[in-house]
Design a protein around this ligand. Structure first.
Ligand SMILES: *Cc1c(COP(=O)(O)O)cnc(C)c1O
Length: 451
């Protein structure tokens, strides 16, 4: 049965395709009909829409690329997977299989890491809040506790009095790296001497062992010189500690923050053009450490807690076109089932969204919205997009970081997540929510039960 041709009221639109500028033609429509050999339509038919998809192959190959960039330049490199970036057990276990430790910022994440089989001595415990009980258990387990402020330091000194082991601690340090606004909320400041004071307090506490120096200068940092500055400052502190106390820290932890190929809102050039390579970051960091006054035989282990740059490319969000409409402004509106409740990063990225079917039709300025009854539910404010039909699939690329942790259960159920494995299989690694998910948690008092 062929469908009757639809009538759409004509509108007059300014043609914007224009002349090519120095970067080439402004518009070229691609589509994405498959992911690693799995047709997008089939994935949606089998697992529902929307659907989060992760690629094991991309997770592993990106990890190896980053590790190689650093370990060819520096003698001892250790990765620690940043749990908050994506703490799906299957994802964490891939990183742990590759050799990564765990970097956690809450007790929830700590428990997840233990449950994933991570040796507690290979857990870095970051964050501004750790309860007394959490500190006691993690220190007793031999985990590496990164101290955020003096109150936490005093609490640890107190707790360490009745610990059977020496408390292994590092300090988080914030500093001026030329990136503004400077992240000053976390850790001890370098320039005002607070970090040095913290080192001295720890070195004068008999039950504490200063094992490392840590910084995490920010996120989506495109300036590699900021990393060089930060590495240099931590190396300075390590040298000073060695000079005064004869104590060598075991590691320098440079945190995360590498940019991804996603495009930030308001950026002039696409992230694919501006994102530094892993080699660029590695040059900056290892160069500063190797050129410091630390002797070759004393070189501390270099720890990296890279999150977004490791997993972003491995994630896709598949969705379906619900409807098209013409808005009062004349702009085309396209409604999809992908909402900002699940694509949290759409608040700061201009995500790459592609038709999931081949396209050759003309394109026009389109606002791409989600299914929520909320004015802010817009995935792309204005993007050149071809006309798709209701039921056609769409693919959002590079969404592996932060979406599957920061998503909200708001208005709709959260969808399934599947892993495209290297063995060719498709594995559900998180089930979708349904009414039972909520019934399991909610309690209705007796007086509100139906009678
Ligand atoms: C969030 C976080 C990371 C990971 O940051 P990315 O920007 O995703 O690389 C690493 N270390 C700490 C302490 C963090 O809070």
């Amino acid at each position: 049965m062929t469908e009757k041709q639809r009538y759409e009221r004509p509108v007059i639109n300014r043609i914007q395709s224009g002349l090519p500028d120095k970067f080439g033609a402004k518009f070229r429509m691609e589509s994405r009909t498959e992911i690693e050999g799995h047709p997008v339509k089939e994935l949606i038919a089998d697992y529902g829409s929307p659907l989060f998809v992760l690629s094991e192959n991309t997770i592993r190959s990106t990890y190896r690329e980053l590790l190689q960039a650093f370990s060819t330049r520096y003698p001892k490199v250790q990765m620690a997977w940043s749990y908050k970036t994506n703490y799906l057990d299957a994802v964490c276990r891939i990183y742990h299989q590759e050799g990564a430790w765990a970097e956690v910022v809450s007790w929830f994440e700590y428990e997840k890491a233990i449950n994933n089989g991570v040796d507690p001595r290979n857990i870095l415990f970051n964050g501004p809040y750790k309860s007394a009980e959490e500190l006691r258990i993690s220190l007793k387990n031999g985990s590496l506790v990164h101290i955020d402020h003096f109150d936490e330091l005093y609490q640890i000194i107190h707790i360490s009095e009745d610990l059977p082991v020496k408390a292994k601690v590092a300090i988080r340090i914030n500093m001026d790296t030329g990136i503004y606004p400077q992240w000053e909320r976390f850790g001890f400041n370098y320039e005002n001497g607070e970090a040095w004071t913290a080192v001295n307090r720890i070195m004068n506490s008999p039950n504490l062992e200063l094992v490392g120096l840590h910084t995490h200068i920010g996120t989506y940092i495109m300036s590699i010189s900021a990393y060089a500055t930060a590495s240099y400052k931590l190396a300075e502190l390590a040298v000073r500690t060695e000079r005064k106390f004869g104590h060598k820290v075991k590691y320098i932890d440079m945190g995360g923050g590498f940019a991804t190929r996603n495009t930030l809102k308001g950026a002039y050039l696409p992230g694919t053009d501006t994102c530094p390579s892993f080699d660029d970051y590695a040059d900056a960091i290892t160069g500063a450490l190797l050129n410091s006054e630390i002797r070759p035989e004393d070189m501390p282990m270099l720890i990296l807690e890279t999150g977004r740059a490791l997993v972003d490319d491995a994630g896709f969000l598949l969705g379906t076109v619900v409807a098209n409409k013409r808005m009062a402004s004349g702009r085309r509106g396209m409604i999809t089932d992908i909402g900002v409740n699940h694509l949290f990063t759409s608040f700061w990225y201009e995500h790459t969204l592609l038709p999931g079917v081949p396209v050759n039709a003309g394109s026009e300025d389109t606002q791409i919205c989600g299914p929520l009854c909320m004015n802010i539910d817009v995935i792309r404010q204005a993007v050149r997009f071809p006309l798709l039909q209701p039921g056609d699939p769409v693919v959002v690329e590079r969404i592996g970081a932060y979406n599957m942790t920061q998503w909200l259960q708001f208005i709709t159920y959260r969808p399934k997540i599947v892993l495209l494995a290297e063995d060719g299989g498709v594995y559900v690694i998180r089930e979708n929510e349904n009414l039972d998910t909520f019934k399991a948690l909610e309690r209705v008092p007796d007086f509100l039960q139906n009678r």
